[in-house]
Design a protein around this ligand. Structure first.
Ligand SMILES: CC1=C(/C=C/C(C)=C\C=C\C(C)=C\C=C\C=C(C)\C=C\C=O)C(C)(C)CCC1
Ligand SMILES: [Fe+2]
Length: 557
């Protein structure tokens, strides 16, 4: 393997040892192996170019290694240094004594196999973090999820499954033909459950991604991988929404149908592995269903968003990523919102809406007239101004290279107004002035007691510009239409997750948990007061924790 160090004049801290690697002869970070005791010597096989103040070192295309000179400092985009860890953290401030339980956060935390570097944020192998709160104390830990994709990569030291942007290279033509077969059967799709984690009504904790096979049961205490969550029905299909709606009573999700463009709306009861069909929505645009990373519900309805960013079979088959990865933007196919009655499965509205791009719905509720009749549904989401280029902005090279440059596309709280009176069109507008949260907005949570109901507060990551990635935590007041923002220079915070105080009557009575990755290689757990949005406690990790995606709360039994 090429032994490389960084060119340029800056000092480089020796990065930590990587796990997906069998070679212990040198230190490695994201596959970059560095000769011990000789950290500032010459790069092998690497060309250095200068872009403004940044030095970008690139290696040959086959290895895809792109190492900006300063990326090694920001721990947000750096693979986690070891496979597992657990220990008590020193707490500055006061953890509320009522906060007893475990916060779990999932996300892609390992972006390399040996010296092979992944390209996209969403490619990384799932890293599960826990923060266990008990009587004011905090035990933290992390562990890699043992998916088939991760285990195979570790054992064979190569990519074996199709990730978000990474595709295993076929060794010859026959292998390529076999690969195509594997793609159609789903065998080559990843089960790398790196996106979310949910606690089902029966207590099982499941990590999820977009593939159905990437539903993996874990132990919330030890973070052990228990095994696959096998759906026992015959509904088939390969993908589902990465964000099911999960309550103590039910699990609702969408199964996109790529053959006959549409979606099945399905429900699963606690204790069961069998999903039952509530109803089906046929797409109104084509040629494929829109990507449904998430969807919203109200008390009585499921809203099926049909986004013009649609799954794309050709792109799924390609060996090299396209700018929109497995998707394609079809503005001419338009955007729609379909409304299905949860009880009957009937579609009660299907309206055309302005073009939109969203990964995450925040919440939805029913608007009533004075006689209590539901006249419209309101659905809020993190909306990227109908600009799908956000996907490419989340390439690791962009995240690592453009820190501090104002390249994050604008985003807003997109509010859909979906009439139920038979009108053919719905509306989409900003729920508040996007400048309130720096025109950046994603990774949201609410008080779960308000799921599907009229609500006032959303917590999300926002932006303090200039930035290339959301870098604040925002408490958004949808009634007063303003936001409180938490910001710390060079910090990359993950999704602010709201935990309600037991017995609370106010919507924002609780704490907000986030994990902050720091430029200097550090990381800490942060607790903000859900009401004042002031810091109440922080606890430093003894090692760098990268950025992660979504979390859940497992209360003490
Ligand atoms: C989409 C498909 C796949 C994989 C998807 C994965 C692994 C993750 C998607 C995660 C998303 C959309 C997270 C969104 C985060 C948004 C952020 C941080 C925005 C910030 C901007 O302001 C498979 C599994 C490869 C299968 C095909 C489809
Ligand atoms: Fe998500």
């Amino acid at each position: 393997m090429a032994s490389i160090t960084f060119s340029g004049t800056g000092r480089h801290v020796l990065p930590p040892v990587m796990m997906v690697s069998s070679n212990n002869s040198g230190n490695k970070v994201d596959g970059v192996s560095i000769r011990k005791g000789n950290r500032d010597s010459v790069v092998t096989n690497v060309a250095t170019t200068h872009r403004d103040h940044l030095q970008v070192a690139t290696i040959d295309q086959k290895k895809q290694l792109v190492v900006p000179a300063d990326w090694e400092n920001h721990v947000a985009w750096k693979s986690i240094p070891q496979e597992r860890w657990e220990g008590e953290l020193d707490v500055q401030g006061q953890i509320p004594l009522w906060l007893n339980g475990t916060y779990l956060r999932n996300g892609p935390g390992q972006w390399n196999i040996g010296d092979y570097n992944f390209r996209h944020l969403f490619d990384g192998y799932a890293t599960l973090i826990k923060l266990h709160f008990s009587n004011g104390q905090l035990i933290a830990g992390h562990r890699q999820i043992e998916s088939d994709a991760y285990t195979a990569a570790k054992n064979k030291q190569k990519l074996c499954y199709r990730e978000f942007s990474e595709v295993p290279k076929a060794e010859n033509f026959l292998a390529y033909i076999g690969e195509l077969g594997n793609l159609f059967s789903g065998a080559s799709l990843t089960d790398n459950a790196n996106t979310g984690v949910v606690k089902l009504g029966d207590g099982r904790v499941v990590c999820l991604t977009e593939t159905q096979k990437g539903s993996i049961i874990i132990d919330p205490e030890t973070l052990d991988t228990i095994g696959k969550f096998e759906y026992s029905d015959n509904l088939g299909g390969l993908i589902h929404s990465a964000h099911p709606i999960v309550t103590d009573e039910q699990f609702l999700t969408l199964l996109p149908d790529l053959i006959n463009p549409g979606y099945l709306v399905v429900r699963m009861d606690p204790g069961s592995n069998e999903r039952r069909v509530i109803g089906r929505v046929d797409c109104r645009g084509g040629p494929a269903p829109g990507w449904v990373h998430s969807f919203p519900v109200t008390e009585h309805y499921v809203i099926v968003p049909e986004m013009p960013l649609r799954y794309c079979a050709q792109n799924l088959l390609k060996a090299e990523p396209t700018p929109l990865y497995k998707f394609r933007w079809y503005p001419e196919s338009k955007g729609f919102a379909h409304v299905m009655c949860k009880a009957s499965g009937k579609i009660v509205a299907s309206v055309e809406v302005p073009l939109f791009v969203t990964f995450h719905f925040i919440n939805a509720y029913e608007e009533e007239d004075e006689d209590g009749r539901v006249t419209a549904l309101i659905a809020d989401c993190c909306e990227h101004n109908a600009d799908a280029t956000i996907l490419d902005k989340l390439r690791l090279q962009n995240l690592r290279s453009f820190a501090g440059e104002d390249v994050l596309p604008d985003a807003r709280v997109g509010r859909f107004i979906i009439p139920l009176d038979g009108s053919p069109h719905g509306k989409l507008e900003a729920a508040l002035d996007p400048d309130e949260h720096g025109r950046g907005m994603d990774m949201c949570s609410i008080n779960p007691a308000n799921l599907g109901k009229k609500y006032r507060y959303a917590y999300a990551c926002g932006a303090q510009r200039p930035c290339n990635f959301p870098n604040t935590l925002a408490k958004i007041d949808l009634v007063e239409k303003n936001a409180k923002n938490w910001y710390q220079k060079d910090a990359v915070p993950s999704e602010p997750f709201f935990v309600a105080r037991p017995g609370a009557t106010e919507e924002d009575d609780g704490v907000v948990i986030s994990i902050i990755s720091e430029k200097n290689g550090g990381a800490y757990a942060l607790l903000l007061d859900g009401s004042t949005f002031e810091e109440i406690a922080r606890a430093k990790f003894p090692y760098g924790v990268p950025y992660g995606l979504h979390g859940c709360w497992v209360p003490k039994k």
